[in-house]
Write a protein that binds this ligand. Structure first.
Ligand code: ADP
Length: 739
């Protein structure tokens, strides 16, 4: 089968990863791919704008922003006549299926082409532009869409290609602006993209701790919204906030449909608050740059799924769109998803904001609600006579970026419900010593973007007489519920207390564990806070390492963290185009190494320039990173040399990625709700939280040991191992070595 692939509409980081996956997976399945350059313009023009793509043609593009096969807006394709020419060119090239990576506009165009296809072919045959035989042979056109759009504005996928990278750009910019704004006590209005979708603005505000946000789907519900916004910002100043940041979506509007521009917001702040206010319109910065780890890996999976849908006949009857929903790749009817997408735009236009928010889905609505609480200058005052719960917050395990974000969200959301939030400093060591202090609303100001762990964390697991000390401290501080934000040793510590609740009544309180570990090895959670940041640190380092080898023939052995869990290694390999990954889950044998040496020698013998293998730190105790280095160096002979890079602690550091900040905030919100319902119940439950099969769920702490391979401290079932076949296909050496 011959498949055409094109990128259309606004470019988005991650499109290249999708094209690479489409080409390589198609070749692996025995199909052939043609690049259609410059989007729909390329099909309309035909000729040399449609060209076969080979394995090596898509080498070295994974880390590139934009789209290497070009994109364009094409007026001709909006007309039937343009689509007629497109049909002729496709048939003449023998292309039976199209994989289209673009926004809802492009996918609408694709749907139109498919709807008209029989009529177009009949006309081409009648006018002698194609033979009757050809019209018969190509009577159906299969279409699979991938949503490439930084706005995240399409129904049918939780994330569109490019949205995560755009959030990285926004978060980096707002973090930078916050520091200069705080220095001068200035206000900043930051305008982000999103004409009909407030996703980037909302999540940008959630991730950066901005002070106000304006989105198209849910305009401020007061006529004098300006007064409300200014009152909150002024109150924030009064209680000590040094900066005010307002994030405005490009398409923000008031309840009557009048646009709210960033300039207008600036004018309001200057006039009403008398504040020195600056506007930053982020513009095309949001579109550009190297794709994030998430965009590379999700686009790769989507590209692979698109080929499967194409070849399985799924797209035979009607166009399908590939999405990711709840961490799983999905296929849905394109026309259905387009209708729902237009539904949001229509609802906004008709000023039916309830409907617009309903169509955006639950996680969007929850996030909006959370942001509205977090932006408050101060929490709501407790109701008279309300019982104020005393909730402890503690870390356990190694530092994970996003720990501070989770603490901030828990403290603010808890305080807003009237509760007293107590920080336990220095993990379980601090709980043993009694290092416990109230943490209030303002204390956690500025914690959302901060890496590290302000409360302190370590890997102490209590034992022996520690339990008496802990029981005494819990009682002394009258702690009624405990939120443990951390990694496996944090979970272990919670389990130790839980197991002793018969002997120590103070332990008979609800505890909830929030997964925060770069290793992503926690039971009951498909993704833990910190893993995405670590993965992004890995790919940035590996991209640089690969670039360093321009003038030499070299193989790199890169060692990544993860303890016994290969998540970072496998996902890092998928996102950097490594040709081999060593995981403890699979083990490493001498036989493997011999084969790998042979493959490397063959590749470099055919002209390959850079080799990359990624090794989990505990993949095998004997075949260590330095062992592999020495082995490959010796066997590489004159063909290639070898360098090793042990990435080390840069993986635990850095400010949390947008994804980790969002995850940390959402999990913390649910944990506070959980503790609130459990405290005071006759048989309080203790649990860990996590996304499981796509839902945020609580797993009873009692079940945790059963879900775990305790010796290796990793879940028995690890969903991401299912991605190994794709990683293997993409890593095969191309005919000329490839990358
Ligand atoms: P995006 O795909 O990013 O939403 P556009 O809305 O600009 O970007 O659409 C990209 C291209 O898709 C357009 O230039 C045009 O060629 C095609 N297209 C968009 N809408 C339609 C339509 N209703 N019918 C046919 N083609 C369309």
């Amino acid at each position: 089968m011959k498949i055409g692939v094109l990128t259309s509409g606004g470019d988005a980081p991650g499109m290249n990863a999708a094209v690479r996956a489409v080409v390589r997976v198609a070749l692996d399945r025995g199909a052939k791919t043609f690049a259609i350059y410059e989007g729909f313009q390329g099909i309309v023009d035909g000729g040399d704008r449609i060209q076969p793509l080979g394995w090596n043609d898509v080498g070295g593009i994974l880390q590139k922003g934009g789209t290497v096969i070009g994109s364009a807006r094409c007026h001709a394709f909006r007309e039937r006549n343009g689509r007629l020419q497109a049909a002729r060119n496709l048939v003449q090239h023998g292309i039976e299926g199209l994989i289209i990576i673009g926004g809802d506009g492009s996918l609408t165009g694709a749907q139109a082409l498919q709807n008209e296809w029989p009529g177009l072919l009949a006309e081409l045959a009648e006018t002698g532009q194609i033979t009757g035989e050809m019209a018969e042979r190509y009577q159906s056109l299969k279409i699979v869409g991938l949503v490439g759009s930084i706005d995240n504005d399409m129904y049918g996928t939780d994330m569109t290609i490019g949205a995560d990278t755009a959030l990285h750009r926004i978060v980096d910019a707002v973090d930078a602006i916050s520091s200069t704004a705080a220095s001068h006590q200035r206000s900043f209005v930051v305008e982000v993209m999103g004409r009909r979708c407030g996703y980037l603005a909302l999540m940008g505000a959630l991730a950066t701790g901005a002070d106000w946000v304006l989105i198209p789907e849910s305009p401020p519900n007061l006529d004098d919204w300006e007064g409300k916004m200014c009152a909150v910002l002024a109150e924030g100043r009064r209680v000590g906030r040094r900066d005010s940041i307002v994030i405005v979506a490009e398409g923000a509007q008031d309840r009557h449909g009048n646009p709210i521009t960033s300039q207008y917001v600036k004018q309001v702040l200057e006039e009403r608050l008398n504040e020195d206010t600056r506007v930053t319109v982020l513009g095309h910065v949001q579109r550009g740059g190297s794709p994030s780890a998430f965009d590379r890996n999700v686009s790769t999976q989507m590209g692979s799924a698109a080929v499967d849908a194409m070849l399985s006949g799924e797209a035979q009857m009607e166009p399908v769109v590939i999405g990711i929903q709840r961490n799983k790749i999905t296929r849905a009817s394109l026309s259905y998803c387009l209708q729902k997408t237009w539904g949001v735009a229509e609802a906004i236009k008709a000023q039916d904001y309830e409907q617009a928010m309903a169509l955006r889905g639950r996680s969007f609505r929850d996030s909006f609600r959370i942001v509205r609480t977090l932006v408050r200058a101060l929490p709501h005052k407790p109701e008279p006579g309300q019982r104020r719960l005393r909730i402890g917050v503690i870390h356990g395990g190694s530092p994970a970026p996003g720990m501070n974000t989770a603490v901030r969200a828990a403290v603010r959301l808890g305080a807003d419900k009237g509760h007293i939030m107590l920080g336990v400093y220095n993990g379980f060591r601090g709980l043993i010593k009694g290092d416990i202090r109230e943490v209030d609303w303002m204390k956690v100001g500025g914690w959302a973007p901060r890496g590290g762990a302000e409360l302190g964390t370590n890997r102490t697991v209590p034992s022996g007489s520690d339990f008496y000390a802990i029981a005494r401290n819990l009682e002394q501080h009258n702690i009624e519920g405990l939120l443990v934000i951390g990694g496996w040793t944090g979970y272990q510590s919670a389990l130790e207390l839980y197991g002793r609740r018969e002997n120590f009544p103070a332990f008979n309180i609800p505890m909830v564990c929030l997964p925060a570990s770069i290793n992503n090895n926690l039971p009951g959670a498909e993704l833990s806070v910190g893993a995405d940041t670590a993965l992004n640190s890995i790919i940035q380092a590996v991209d640089k390492i690969k670039q360093s080898a321009v003038a030499s023939r070299r193989t790199f052995v890169v060692e990544v963290m993860g303890h016994f869990c290969g998540y970072l290694a496998l996902m890092g390999a998928l996102a950097t185009g490594a040709e081999r990954v060593y995981l403890h889950e699979e083990g490493v044998t001498l036989d493997d190494l011999v084969k790998d040496v042979r493959r490397l020698r063959e590749g470099f013998g055919r002209g390959k320039r850079v080799g990359l293998v990624i090794r989990n730190e505990k993949a095998n105790p004997i075949y260590s990173t330095s062992f592999m280095h020495a082995l490959f160096e010796e066997e590489g002979g004159d063909l290639f040399d070898v360098r090793q890079a042990i990435l080390g602690h840069l993986q635990q550091g850095g400010d949390p990625s947008p994804f980790d900040r969002i995850l940390a905030t959402r999990l913390a919100a649910r944990c506070v709700d959980f503790l609130e319902t459990q405290i005071g119940s006759d048989e309080p439950m203790s649990a860990c939280i996590g996304q499981l099969d796509g839902q945020l769920e609580f797993t009873n702490l009692e079940d945790v040991p059963r879900m775990l391979d305790v010796e290796h401290a990793r879940p028995k079932r690890q969903w991401w191992l299912d991605l190994r076949p794709i990683a293997r296909v993409l890593a095969q050496p191309g005919p000329n070595g490839g990358d």
